[in-house]
Write a protein that binds this ligand. Structure first.
Ligand code: MG
Length: 159
């Protein structure tokens, strides 16, 4: 059985993952409008991935005898500049999410809940990938410059 404290903290993370999903959906719409359909496609996949994170966490709470909740999700930003700015925002946001996950691990450790720590390590590893992927795209866009941007766009469209 999961403690109420931990249950509430993971429920907050469910909301954070859904906020991330909305952020990436907003970015997807923006990129589509700007004519970057590959980047938009990549971002929409990211949207679904964040929804999956939220559902996995909610499912875990229920499995451990807790109650999963959907709560209010704050509005996300709309409108960016270049695709580089968008992906720099993704990278910054994923570093923030990593901090949130780390704090959850600390709480699970404080609650002496081994199963939840084990569950959360999966997300710690996931965040390593999320940060690396975002940073890799930022680097690619920088190197591509104005001339190569549509090449990167079509590459990411194959995700
Ligand atoms: Mg996530």
């Amino acid at each position: 059985m999961i403690s109420e404290k931990l249950q509430n903290a993971i429920n907050e993370q469910v909301i954070a993952e859904m906020w991330s999903a909305n952020l990436y959906l907003a970015m997807s719409f923006y990129l589509e409008k700007e004519g970057f359909s590959g980047f938009a496609h990549w971002m929409k996949k990211q949207y679904f991935e964040e929804i999956e994170h939220a559902c996995a966490m909610a499912n875990y709470i229920v499995k451990r005898g807790g109650t999963a909740k959907v709560d209010k999700i704050d509005v996300v930003p709309n409108g960016w500049g270049t695709p580089l700015e968008v992906f720099e925002h993704v990278y910054k946001h994923e570093r923030h999410v990593s901090e949130l996950v780390d704090k959850l691990v600390d709480l699970a450790a404080a609650e002496k809940d081994k199963a939840t720590q084990d569950f959360l390590w999966g997300f710690v590893r996931e965040q390593v990938e999320e940060e690396a992927t975002a940073l890799n795209i930022v680097d690619k866009i920088k190197k591509a410059g104005d001339a190569g941007i549509f090449f990167i766009d079509s590459q990411l469209g194959q995700r």
